[in-house]
Design a binder for this molecule. Structure first.
Ligand code: DX5
Ligand code: ZN
Length: 215
């Protein structure tokens, strides 16, 4: 069964308590939090005060996706704010192995995100050190974009690499996930579905989460 991770980016920022309560009563497994710095990606989202409050308000696993340069500078602060999983972008980390060790030493699960143009083969020598690979299926920075179909091939290739290495790394798909394409994404080998607009713009978010969970 898939792990469902609604993305807070599409929530109502004037009513975060309400949206956290909705997530808590739903079948969602994780809450996905997108941190953007305006440099690594052309957008700025939210920071520590919001993350700290939201992680306290939710009973779900806090899955923090860092779209920022120099994530190592802030790993400890994200751990203190309540992150359970901390994902850094491979494109922002010239010393990825060091970043992953730091995240794990702080007691969090370590994730690596790949932009759409970044080949999964770059992970061949580090896959065993990664708890979660987040494949971006849109260009990071904004919610509500269209899923890039090529991602399906990347999922299959990554799944094979994980099996061959004997590791238990999870594959997370982030961007443009809908009720229409989620089945194919899971069939290709994904374990975690991030969903922003699909959940929060639907008439009944709890039912939409349940529908994703059922696939
Ligand atoms: C994009 C973010 C995503 C975003 C997904 O940069 O990493 O997590 O919230 O939103 P949807 O599901 O609307 O594409
Ligand atoms: Zn994300």
């Amino acid at each position: 069964m898939a792990i469902i991770a609604p993305s807070l980016l599409s929530a109502d920022f004037l009513n975060l308590q309400k949206d956290c309560d909705m997530i808590n009563t739903s079948q969602a497994d994780w809450l996905h939090l997108d941190v953007m710095d305006g440099s690594f990606v052309p957008n700025i989202s939210f920071g520590f005060p919001v993350i700290e409050r939201v992680c306290k308000a939710t009973t779900k696993v806090c899955d923090v996706h860092l779209m920022i340069l120099e994530p190592g500078k802030y790993a400890e602060a994200f751990q203190k704010a309540g992150a359970n999983i901390l994902t850094v972008h491979i494109e922002a980390c010239p010393h990825l192995h060091r970043n992953l060790q730091q995240i794990k030493s702080l007691g969090m699960k370590a994730g690596v995100a790949l932009n759409p143009h970044t080949p999964v083969s770059l992970l061949a020598d580090i896959i065993q050190d990664i708890d979660l690979v987040c494949l971006m299926s849109v260009n990071p920075g904004f919610g509500g974009q269209q899923f890039i179909p090529r991602t399906l091939d990347k999922i299959r290739a990554l799944k094979q690499m994980i099996i061959d290495s004997g590791s238990s790394t999870l594959i997370e798909i982030d961007g443009g996930v809908t009720l229409d394409n989620a089945g194919a994404i899971l069939q290709a080998g994904a374990d975690v579905l991030v969903a922003g607009n699909t959940v929060f713009r639907s008439a009944d978010p709890v039912a939409t989460i349940a529908a994703l969970k059922k696939l």
